[in-house]
Design a protein around this ligand. Structure first.
Ligand code: NAD
Length: 296
């Protein structure tokens, strides 16, 4: 039987691991939170006592962790994945982390003869539970092809973005653009309203004109025009402003290292930092509308 070690069973990991278990794999679940492991067992996984238990003789290891330092610790620590994996184990890190750490950990995997890819996701907790995530993968073509059948179970769209770390590059560049056009959309609605144009009228015009974009038509930050948007549910997330800020910080860290000019990315980071300072970053990221209007 194909065996999968799954490490990191938080908001995202639990849905992903449970979909792998439902597909008939033996999923050995490991988390530092006992409650998270209990939830995974209830969802059809087997509890792993430690990294050795999760990883030994596993065909695949999947990780879904908060940040680069957790990924480094889980893979490279004395009692980590690399210490216990066999040569045929494929490692898939689905966490959103900084590009440099992703490349460093994958390079370490290669140096000990293991295949590994970075495979961050978009689609949120709902997508993880429903198995409809988008995966953006970096690594060799061989490792990508080996990982794809497993990613197809957890997701709907699976892309190979190129070499190691390129999945993270795709993810942070996309989310930087998302942050920028969300803020731009908020500014446009606010300006229109201040000058006497109601949100619905501006939406009807701009959504069929050149200002049209995803933040406007799928996720409108002004209440009214898009009924399913968080703006109609008191900006309950959705995709929390704190998560957007995490991705913007990663984008700015990477932009600095690559000497890429991203002035609007930097401005977006600073606006979402204000939501953090005001302790309102638990709201959906479209609540930056309230910051722009001065009502946060
Ligand atoms: P989370 O905090 O809910 O889950 C992370 C889990 O990792 C926790 O259960 C934690 O106990 C566990 N963990 C931490 N250190 C560990 C260790 N050393 N060993 C074992 N387990 C450990 O986070 P999440 O919302 O599930 O997000 C996970 C990743 O997915 C993050 O990188 C995030 O940026 C990314 N992501 C999240 C979303 C979202 O909507 N939540 C969307 C896309 C991407």
């Amino acid at each position: 039987m194909t065996t999968i070690g799954f490490i990191g069973l938080g908001n995202m990991g639990i849905g992903m691991a449970s979909n792998l278990a439902k597909a008939g794999y033996e999923v050995r679940a490991l988390d530092i939170s006992k409650d998270a492991v209990t939830r995974a067992v209830e969802a059809g996984c087997v509890a792993a006592k430690n990294a050795q238990d999760a990883v030994k003789n596993a065909d695949v290891v999947v990780t879904m962790l908060p940040a680069g330092r957790h990924v480094e610790l889980v893979y490279e620590g004395d009692d980590g994945v690399f210490a216990h994996a066999s040569e045929s184990t494929l490692c898939i890190d689905c966490s959103t982390i900084d590009v440099a750490t992703a490349r460093k950990v994958i390079s370490k995997a290669h140096s000990i003869g293991l295949e590994m890819i970075d495979a961050p996701v978009s689609g949120g907790v709902g997508g993880a539970a429903a198995g409809t995530l988008t995966f953006m993968c970096g690594g060799t073509s061989g490792a990508f092809e080996q990982a794809k059948p497993f990613l197809d179970i957890m997701g709907k769209n699976v892309f190979h973005a190129g070499d190691a770390g390129n999945g993270q590059v795709a993810k942070i560049a996309n989310n930087m653009l998302l942050g920028i056009h969300m803020i731009g959309t908020c500014e446009a609605f606010n300006l229109a309203e201040k000058l006497g144009l109601d949100a619905q009228t501006f939406y009807d015009i701009s959504s069929t004109a050149s200002g049209q974009n995803w933040s406007m038509t799928s996720y409108c930050p002004a209440p009214g025009p898009v009924p399913s948007a968080p703006s109609n549910k008191e900006y309950k997330p959705g995709f929390a402003a704190a998560m957007m800020l995490k991705d913007l910080r990663l984008s700015q860290q990477a932009a600095k290292a690559a000497e890429a000019s991203t002035p609007l990315g930097a401005m977006s980071e600073s606006l979402y930092s204000k939501m953090e300072e005001m302790e309102r970053d638990d709201l959906d990221f479209s609540a930056v509308m309230k910051l722009i209007k001065g009502t946060l």
